[in-house]
Design a protein around this ligand. Sequence first.
Ligand code: ZN
Length: 473
Amino acid sequence: MILKNCYIYDELTGQEKLVDFLVDEKITAVKEELAKTISLENKTTIKLNELDQIKIAQINEHSEKYILDCEGTITIPGGIDPHVHFDTPGFTHREDFYHGSMSAAAGGVTTVIDMPCTSLPPVTDGKNFDEKFAAIKNESVIDFGLYGGVCANNFEQYEKSMEELAGKKVKGFKTYFVSGMKTFPQISLSQFESILLKAKELNLPVLLHAEDSEVVSAMTKKYENANNDYLRYCNSRPAQAEITAVKNAIEIVKRVDGNLHIVHVASSEAAKLVNQVRTDYKITYETCSHYLFFTHDDFKTKGSSLKTAPVVKSKKDQLELWKLLEDGNCSFVVSDHAPAPLYEKQTGSFWKDYGGIPGVQTLIPVIFSEGYKKQKLSLKRFTEVVSTNAAMRFNLYPKKGSLQPGSDADFAIINANISWKFETGYLLSKGETSPFDNEIFTGKVVLTILRGKIIYSDAAGIAVEKGYGRFLT
Ligand SMILES: [Zn+2]
């Protein structure tokens, strides 16, 4: 297939340009006006707005016969969301891999990395990995990697378990300083140090949920009561919980020269602590689309549909996080996709409502609309924070996250000028409530391509069978 008139950020020249792509499963050539140099005999040109289910099926069957004219849109490498909870097996009443992956495809995301803590059994050793893999290997419409995890359960086995997981090609090891999950309890600082050392030997990063358990339990004791007062809940998970945890983690990384990625940073003060050391040590961090879009004032209208851990913070945090994303201190944005059914999201008690939101489908629309369209992010930076940088951090680059010849032919094609209202009903996820409900975005993912096949179009929905998605080793 030829993708014609694609407006891209070109990482080789550092410029934005209009190019044509020649693709099969991989990108085979990228050139300005490439389509003009190729014989058009026996080739049909189709405009994006002419695509329907039948045409997409024909293109996917005989892609060598087609030229797709992407005029007027913006093309980026397929989105990469390296922080999702797709919950298969074990918690599939909340989400499953098939629905999660369809939701990703509809949001322009072609690769996810799934967390180890929200499946049963949790992915904490080789045997559990095999169980998880058997349950998901034929379920996904997008490509996926998996993390392993280390928690306080069976900690005495951690070295053997981490070796087994590394052998299964996990992309890193997830850990928690505070956890409410019985099947994945938090670790101590000394356990964290041991894990960092072992991960270093295995040449993999450790991922950390950085909220300090002592701060959280002291503040929860102070603020928890029978009232459904969202401000009291916010106070029970203050920025200080993140700041203390990040400080502790940095000290240990310095001591053992560890490789650490801090997940879902919501506090800009915590983020800035990492900035001070990230050039001398291998420490990176991500933030989430909800921390960039909402503040705790939004609980007034959004209620528990916005409840996550860490909780969204102040306007100051939000503005500073955008700045950190723009200036390159914050590596990338993730969704932390973790939906739950209404009966868990709306229990009647804000304190008991499930903390987690479906976000993989709205990640690119939010960052495109709020970041690129509002000129907080250049096209270069937008491309990096929703795709390239995560690929680099988790060793998927340049197979993923790149538009160069030899890379997988993964694309998200965005119509930059459509303003539209998102509704929860659009979710292909099992999630039943989204804080983004009724929000207006400018820019819409109109086509998602994975390894040269159209997997989603705005006009005709999901276009491949489950099982098309591959495990990334
Ligand atoms: Zn998470």
